[in-house]
Design a protein around this ligand. Sequence first.
Ligand code: AKG
Ligand code: FE2
Length: 256
Amino acid sequence: MWKSIIVTKNQIENKDIKKIIDGENSSIIIKNFLKKEDCKKIIKKISSMNIERDSKKFNHIGPFLMNYTTKKEKYFDNAEKANEVFKKIFVNVENPVNKIKTTISKCFPNYKIAETKENQRNYASCTIRRHENGKSIPLHKDNVRYEGVEYQVSKINSQISCILHLQETEKGGNLSIYNKRWEKKLEKYREIEFGYNPIIKENILMDTIESKSGDLVIINPNYLHEVKKIQGNSDRITLGMFFGIENKTKKIFSWA
Ligand SMILES: O=C(O)CCC(=O)C(=O)O
Ligand SMILES: [Fe+2]
């Protein structure tokens, strides 16, 4: 069995994060991390604003570093714009990015949460992704140490991914996470566009995490994962951000 740890935001501890970093558990789920009314307010605000999407194809707000591995200047230009947009989106609610940062930093009492800057420029604080009926996210991993070598944040020891569900699906859109840590030898299964050939998940233990608005899901994104096809009329809307833990300097960074 490979299972989630279900906790409240006041219960979560360093040992829970350690368990997902080491792959003992699939994920941490904090149910109702954000009030459903706040999720709705955020979505309403987004709909009322005329926001330029970072990628028409993916319908994201905010640049996603992995899509800019060789376009560093452009990443920071777009991050600056996106961070202004996020400030506006969160005016009427408790800022979810800060709330996630507070929750994670409480798990690392001896660490400092550092402003993530590079040559005086800020990283994107998060990305908001909207996936419609029929969309899915193929099998992949996220590993900034391997894929983001041009960036300072790649110098970290461990990386975690936080996904806050702002709107749930009617059906489908579950996250599947496999008990298989990415390693370099899997690169030969790389697909042209994105992700990996599904044969590498065969016979591997898997856990399923449903899309439920208000829930915060924390995973080690170096374990293979995918989002199944969304069904029905309700788009799957999430706010995602990564954290990096640097042991030598006892610092925690966040970016998207
Ligand atoms: O939306 C999700 O559930 C997962 C997104 C993802 O791939 C990640 O956070 O690394
Ligand atoms: Fe991912």
